[in-house]
Design a protein around this ligand. Structure first.
Ligand code: ADP
Length: 365
């Protein structure tokens, strides 16, 4: 069964709060130990040797045992608190089907060919003496189904799915980022056949030489990622997919042969596609006989799949706002929703995709 491994991420600030609270606990534990010692041994000398300034964090009624949280307490806490980039991951069942995605047939076929064939027909690949492409990069404006398709291909092919956003691998804690990348691939191999999905692969964390602080965590993350991808290529039981809205920001090393060497453009839907996407999003919504998918598609020129999904939700809400007894959504509600939901600004992203596409054509010739 296809499943998604979800990183149990916390915001970075939460790591620091956790560190402080752990240091407080260590300090408190120390104070209690001292008190216990005094009670058992009855030796006041032991206590007077300890610095005992007051500290509200300890909450002790006996002021003689109170001490401030020290740097040493924080150092001990650091051994117990792991940064969020390295937090455990859990499995989640994925149930995305191809029927849930309107249009994008060519991309679907390419994903199947690249990711599913090599895993399902490994003997045929060996017999014919060729390697499958190692990684697939999906690029295009946001809200056009890159993530949805990555999930669908894993779900339909029964591959385990590990999803991670580029910035989630980034940690200033020395060595933690590389460990995060390594453990991600180990997990993928342990759960093979599987797919690793890198969303926002263009993030600054994934771009070498852009830290500007001389530490260059990004260099280390990228180096580790390249090593792991090269390893994956030789085994063939873990596929890697990446997605980006800004292909122009991707480290060129990732695009070399043997890495993300299959590049697929996932563009905004045309009128026919939009009709299909409306039908998909209205599968569970009762609508009036006056609702025409064709007309909805015509009215939503420039809308992405994500915009259409929002229009459908807004229209249903408009029907409910009118009356909680409403049993159908009418064309009037859809028109109201279309007025409220503005199409996403995708021209900005399309520009980068077009430049990247031209570059990809040149790279392949
Ligand atoms: P991206 O990864 O390209 O930014 P997503 O795959 O996250 O976009 O899409 C966001 C949401 O938009 C999806 O969860 C889905 O509801 C809707 N959507 C986008 N494209 C389509 C499509 N082709 N068919 C059906 N729904 C779509």
């Amino acid at each position: 069964m296809a499943s998604r491994i979800v990183p149990q991420q916390q915001p970075r600030g939460a790591d620091l709060v956790g560190l402080r609270s752990c240091a407080n606990t260590i300090c408190l534990r120390h104070s209690i130990e001292l008190k216990f010692k005094r009670t058992c041994i009855g030796s006041l000398d032991d206590i007077t040797e300890e610095p005992a300034p007051t500290n509200s964090a300890t909450n002790s009624s006996d002021h003689s045992e109170k001490r401030q949280v020290t740097f040493e307490d924080f150092q001990k806490a650091r051994l117990e608190i792991r940064p969020s980039a390295m937090k455990e991951v859990t499995l989640e069942v994925l149930k995305v089907k191809w029927e849930d995605i309107g249009s994008q047939r060519e991309v679907k076929n390419q994903l199947l060919e690249t990711l599913v064939w090599p895993q399902k027909h490994r003997d045929a690949f060996t017999r014919i003496g060729t390697d499958a492409p190692s990684g697939v990069l999906m690029y295009g404006p946001p809200g056009c189904s890159k993530t949805l398709m990555a999930r669908a291909v894993a779900s339909e092919a029964g591959l385990n799915f590990l999803a991670v956003k580029g910035p989630e691998l980034f940690s200033k804690w020395v060595g933690e980022s590389e460990k995060a990348v390594r453990s991600l691939f180990v997990k993928a191999r342990d759960n093979a056949p599987s797919v690793i999905f890198f969303d926002e692969i263009d993030s600054p964390a994934m771009n070498r030489g852009r830290d500007g602080d001389g530490v260059s965590v990004s260099d280390r993350v990228m180096a580790q990622l390249l090593v792991q991808m090269d390893g994956v290529r030789s085994r063939g039981d873990v596929a890697v997919i990446a997605a980006t809205n800004r292909p122009d920001n991707i480290d060129p090393a990732l695009l070399r042969p043997g890495r993300f060497d299959r590049q697929l453009y996932v563009g905004p839907p045309n009128e026919k596609d939009r009709e299909e996407i409306f039908s998909i999003h209205l599968r569970k919504t009762p609508y009036d006989s006056d609702v025409s998918m064709k007309e909805l598609a015509q009215l939503t020129d420039g809308y992405t799949g994500a915009d259409i999904s929002l229009v459908c939700r807004q229209a249903a809400l408009a029907a409910l706002e009118e009356s909680f007894d409403a049993s159908v959504v009418t064309m009037k509600h859809f028109k109201m929703a279309i007025e409220q939901v503005q199409p996403s600004e995708i021209q900005f992203y399309q520009k980068f995709s077009a430049t990247f596409h031209r570059g990809a054509l040149m790279r392949s010739t």
